[in-house]
Write a protein that binds this ligand. Sequence first.
Ligand SMILES: Cc1ncc(COP(=O)(O)O)c(C=O)c1O
Length: 486
Amino acid sequence: MRDQPTIDQTLRDEAEVLTRNIGEVLAETIGSLDDRTSLPPGADTALKSLEESLPETGNGLEPTLERLLELNRQAGANTGGPRCFHFVIGGSTPAALAADLLATACETLTYTWVTSPIGVTMELRALAWLRELFGLPADWSGAMVTGGTMANFVGLAAGRQWWGEQHGFDVSEDGLAGKPRMPVLTSGFVHAATRKCLALQGIGRGNLQTFTADATGRIDLDGFEQGLRQLDGAPALVVVNAGEVNAGAFDPVEEMISIARQHKVWVHVDGAFGLFARVSPRTEHLVRGVEYADSVAVDGHKWLNVPYDSGYAFVRDHGLMARAFRYTADYLPPEDDPRPTLGAIAPESSRRGRSFAVWATLAAYGREGQRRLVEHCLDNARHLADRVTAAEDLELLAEVGLNIVPFRFNPGGLSDEQLDDLNHRLGEAVLADGRFLVGTSKLGPRTIFRPAFSNWRTTTGHVDEFVTVIRELGAAVHAGGGSSAG
Ligand SMILES: Cc1ncc(COP(=O)(O)O)c(C=O)c1O
């Protein structure tokens, strides 16, 4: 019997095969983004083949990769493609995609300076460029995280640390047990991510006070102001929502911050996608004044068009991040080390090289390229709004201020409740059809479609195609009758 090669020899041989084939695999994957189905029908059936036990002896690289590619063709949602308008999902610019692949290939570890001098330095530089892009003060601190949820987490953690210090204690050392309730004020536009962060930080989802003027969640500014006055000088957190997910509406950022500033509060802005309004003169007014906040969260995998996962937190006071996320041990770099340890100012300690993609897309296309990318998406949203307004069986349900177009299929002669049911069923039919990936939600009590445009690959041609598909499927679902309740 021949000796088995050692594992390192096996893997070295495989690494050679990978080097030879990777170009072809990537070319096929990236090259098919424009044409692949958005949500392949029959994905569940294809995925059944994954229900198998752990193989005793592996299949090797090539068959494994081939199977993975085939499964992805059968069951991968094409979220990077031009027909995905669900949630708020961006594409990837070529520079960002290439740089992200490089970061993985280099196994870039941005915990601290010695694990990657380039990764750490580039993250700090990329954050500085992002501050310039968004008009945030140059002396703010920041961190790269997995996305909008964790970016909000960082901003709120800094706020929570600040709040404790206002009360004379260190939340990160002492915890919240036995301490006063931490007031958190916001509007009805607040995103589920903020609630999740409040839950994780021991503040509590239920502790959020939302001041709403109508069923869409628009802020009741008088109520908000009164809520602040009732604090009677006690410190609190305020969350300003720069971009909500149903219609792309904004809290009045400048007004809300200037009201909040008259009280002892930490102002955090959730600008996951809405902060990109700042990049175009057409929409910049929506986030004017954001620089007067204390912390700001924004997502890169949305409108910056860098690959998942990538989000950024900006915080006025670096010390609060350092105290909130302190991470010390004898084998780790000392806290006073002049070489930066990013893992000690952010939630994750080991962290990947997210900055490669951010730096590369900004280096390759600049501020101007990013503005054109944002405006390209604004134009697609505008085009859809115009097409919806012109179609007798589609109804626009709110003004389009940014990149989200709230509308419903309305063939006429149906009550609001019947339309809710019809649009709910149409939403299911669109997903089953798979040509477009788009979601439904509620605007007030009404069921809506809420396509969001944040991918450079989408063109007005795709938008036209979408209108045709919605009308075709809408007519079929309506003609098919029935109701989801029945
Ligand atoms: C306003 C807002 N905040 C937070 C988030 C959460 O971001 P992520 O899914 O990247 O964690 C989103 C995501 O859609 C969002 O739109």
